[in-house]
Design a protein. Structure first.
Length: 448
C-alpha cells in the first residue's frame, strides 16, 4: 500500500514546504536585484498566475492519477515518454547537489550567529565572513554533509512520520519568524527606497533575459519541472480537492517570496548595499540589519533557523523524487534508496562546494561547477521538464482524462475549458519561446 498524507492540510504544508525554500529567501531577493526591481516582480507575478498555477494543477493531478514516482508516472501512461521522468530524476540529483551547498552555508551562518560573531554593521567584516567561508574547504564540506544527512534522515522516515511531520512544524514556525523579521526591516529608516524598488516597475529594464530569468525563477520557486509536485501528488488520496491545493501552494509560495523581498531589499537600501550584489546578498546584508536592532543577535539566530527550515523542507522534496524512483521502479527498500541517492548527491555536491573556493577551482567552460549546476537547473532543466509536462498532459494524457481525475473528488472544475487551452496551446508555446532564449544564454555563459 502506498502511504498517503494524513490530511489535505498536511499535503499543502508539505508541498508549500517544498516550494518555499532558498529559492524564496535567498534567490528571489537577489534575482530581483539583478534584474532591475519592480518590473521583474510584476512579470514574475503574472507568470505565477498564468503559467505557475495551471502547471501546479497539472503536476499534482498527474501524480495523483498514477500514484507513482515521476519516472513511473510518465512510463505508465506512455512508455515513449519515460525519458521525461528520467530527466526529472537526474535533475533532482543536480539540483540537490548545489542546493545542499547553499544549505551548508546557512548552517555555518547559524553557527556563527550562535557564537555571536555575525552581527555587525561593518560591511567589510561581513564580506570577510562570507569570503572566509568560501575559501575554507573544510567548513564547506562539513556543513554540506550535515545538511545532506539531515535531509536523508527525514526522508528515511517516510511520508507521514518524516516529510509531513517535519514540514508541518518547520513551516508553521517559518511563517511566524518571517513576519517578525519583516516588520523590523520595514521600520528601518530608509526602507522606503527599497519598497519603491520592489514595487514601482521601470519597464525600460525588461529584456528577453529578464523574462527568461523570471520564468526560471518561477519554476524553481514553485518546485515545478522536475517532479517534486508529481511525487508529492502521488501520495494524495482520491478525496482531496486538487484545485484548492493547486491555487493555495503558489499563493503561499509567492507571498513568502515577496515578504522575503520586503525583509531584505529595504534593508539593503537602508545600509547602502547594492541590491544587485548577487548570491551573497542575503548573507552579507541581513546581518547588518540585525546589528541595528535591539536583540539583533537573537533575530539573526532565529532568521538562520528559518532559512534552514525552509531549505530542508525543500531538499527533502528533491531527495524524495529520487528515492521514490528507486522504491517504485527498482523495488529497493526506502532505507536503501535513501542511502544510494544521498551518496550520489554527495559525490556530485562536494565538488560543487569546492568549486567556489580559491583552492580547488573546478570550472566547466566559463562557469564554476556550482554556477553550472545552478544555471543548468533553474534555466534549462526545470523549464525543459515543464515544457514536456504540458505537451504530455495536453496531447498524450489529454486534458479530458486529467479533468476526470480532478473531478473524481466530487468537485466541478469550472475553468476546465480555459485550463485545457492553456495546457495544450498557450503554455507550450510560451515556455518554448522563452526556453530558446534560455538555451542561447546558457551556452553563451558557458563558452564566451
Ligand atoms: N522550490 C524550492 C525553493 O524555492 C526549490 C526546489 C526546486 C524544490 C525544485 C524542489 C524542486 O527553494
Amino acid at each position: 500500500m502506498r502511504e498517503n498524507w494524513t490530511s489535505k492540510a498536511g499535503f499543502i504544508l508539505a508541498a508549500t514546504g517544498s516550494a518555499v525554500g532558498l529559492g524564496n529567501l535567498w534567490k528571489f531577493p537577489y534575482t530581483v536585484g539583478m534584474n532591475g526591481g519592480g518590473a521583474f516582480v510584476l512579470i514574475y507575478l503574472f507568470l505565477v498566475f498564468v503559467i505557475g498555477i495551471p502547471l501546479m494543477l497539472t503536476a499534482i493531478t498527474l501524480g495523483r492519477k498514477t500514484q507513482l514516482s515521476v519516472y513511473g508516472a510518465y512510463k505508465s501512461i506512455d512508455r515513449r515518454w519515460t525519458f521525461v521522468g528520467a530527466l526529472g530524476v537526474i535533475c533532482s540529483f543536480i539540483v540537490l547537489a548545489f542546493y545542499s551547498t547553499v544549505g551548508g552555508w546557512t548552517l555555518y551562518y547559524f553557527k556563527t550567529a550562535l557564537l555571536g560573531d555575525l552581527v555587525t554593521t561593518d560591511s567589510e567584516a561581513l564580506q570577510k565572513i562570507f569570503h572566509d567561508l568560501m575559501t575554507s574547504p573544510g567548513n564547506l564540506i562539513f556543513y554540506q554533509t550535515i545538511f545532506l544527512l539531515a535531509t536523508a534522515l527525514i526522508v528515511l522516515k517516510g511520508i507521514q512520520q518524516g516529510i509531513e511531520k517535519y514540514s508541518k512544524w518547520m513551516m508553521s514556525s517559518l511563517f511566524i519568524l518571517l513576519l517578525m523579521i519583516t516588520v523590523r526591516s520595514l521600520t528601518l529608516p530608509g526602507s522606503m527606497e527599497g519598497i519603491k524598488y520592489l514595487f514601482i516597475p521601470d519597464f525600460s529594464m525588461v529584456t528577453p533575459t529578464v523574462l527568461k530569468n523570471a520564468l526560471g525563477q518561477m519554476f524553481f520557486s514553485l518546485s515545478i519541472g522536475m517532479g517534486s509536485m508529481i511525487t508529492y501528488g502521488s501520495y494524495l488520496s482520491k478525496k482531496i480537492n486538487l484545485l484548492h491545493s493547486a491555487v493555495m501552494i503558489p499563493i503561499l509560495d509567492t507571498s513568502v517570496a515577496l515578504i522575503a523581498g520586503l525583509a531584505i531589499i529595504p534593508a539593503v537600501f537602508a545600509f547602502g548595499f547594492e541590491p544587485s550584489e548577487g548570491p551573497s546578498l542575503m548573507f552579507i546584508t541581513l546581518p547588518a540589519v540585525f546589528a541595528s536592532m535591539p536583540m539583533g543577535n537573537l533575530f539573526a539566530i532565529l532568521f538562520f533557523i528559518l532559512v534552514i527550515f525552509a531549505a530542508i523542507t525543500s531538499s527533502i522534496s528533491m531527495l524524495e523524487i529520487a528515492v521514490s524512483y528507486f522504491v517504485d521502479e527498482r523495488k529497493t527498500s526506502r532505507n536503501h534508496a535513501t542511502i544510494i541517492t544521498t551518496s550520489i548527491i554527495y559525490v556530485l555536491g562536494i565538488p560543487a562546494s569546492l568549486s567556489l573556493s580559491g583552492y580547488y577551482p573546478i570550472n566547466v567552460g566559463h562557469l564554476s561547477l556550482f554556477d553550472l549546476y545552478d544555471q543548468l537547473s533553474s534555466n534549462i532543466l526545470l523549464t525543459t521538464g515543464a515544457f514536456f509536462m504540458t505537451i504530455f498532459v495536453g496531447w498524450v494524457l489529454k486534458p479530458k482524462n486529467a479533468i476526470a481525475e480532478i473531478e473524481s473528488s466530487s468537485i466541478h472544475f469550472r475553468l476546465a475549458p480555459i485550463w485545457s487551452v492553456l495546457v495544450r496551446y498557450v503554455l507550450p508555446i510560451a515556455i518554448l519561446t522563452i526556453l530558446i532564449e534560455s538555451y542561447r544564454n546558457f551556452f553563451q555563459a558557458l563558452f564566451h
